[in-house]
Write a protein that binds this ligand. Structure first.
Ligand code: FES
Ligand code: FES
Length: 169
């Protein structure tokens, strides 16, 4: 089945609705970056293998490079730009800043969005959940230790990965 390049689709991105004259088969990543100028999601492999393009679809981490834009019409799409509220960074973003967890920064969109999805589905993520959530996100700079530190901070764990003690009542 072919799609007319002039067909319109409606995407809901970061809470706003957009009618776009793009082919339904266009990769979501291309539409986000080229048509909506949301450049937080990065083009890494284009094959679903590196995680640089990760966005949230209905709160679940998804690889925008391999998702046809038309297939997510009507779903809630959240990009890195949609995480901050009232000019305040999301706690996951704040944790990366606090730990200075970046070298080139290219992988960070994927790391942050994968962790955001984890914190949305788990009340108290543990070390194993963090490692599983980030397992298929690649960092070519070797910043894994700092990224893990940021992830623990974002999930309320101590630097060694242990749960932080609950405050006494
Ligand atoms: S660019 Fe999408 S997974 Fe690599
Ligand atoms: S900081 Fe460069 S790819 Fe991760």
């Amino acid at each position: 089945m072919t799609h007319s390049p002039d067909a319109e689709i409606t995407l809901t991105v970061n809470g706003a609705s957009h009618r776009l004259a793009v082919p339904a088969t266009a990769p979501l990543l291309a539409v986000l970056r080229n048509d909506l100028h949301l450049n937080g999601s990065k083009y890494g492999c284009g094959l679903g293998q590196c995680g640089a393009c990760t966005v949230l679809i209905d709160g679940i981490a998804a690889r925008a490079c391999t998702i046809p834009a038309g297939s997510v019409a009507g779903r809630s799409i959240v990009t890195l730009e949609g995480l901050s509220k009232d000019d305040r960074l999301d706690p996951v973003q704040e944790a990366f800043v606090a730990e200075q967890a970046a070298q080139c920064g290219y992988c960070l969109n994927g790391m942050i969005m994968a962790l955001k999805a984890l914190t949305l589905r788990e009340v108290a993520p543990d070390e194993e959940m963090i490692r599983e959530a980030l397992r298929y996100n690649l960092c070519r700079c070797g910043t894994h230790l700092e990224i893990l530190a940021a992830a623990r901070r974002a999930c309320g764990l101590l630097p060694g990965g242990e749960p932080a003690p609950r405050p006494a009542r």
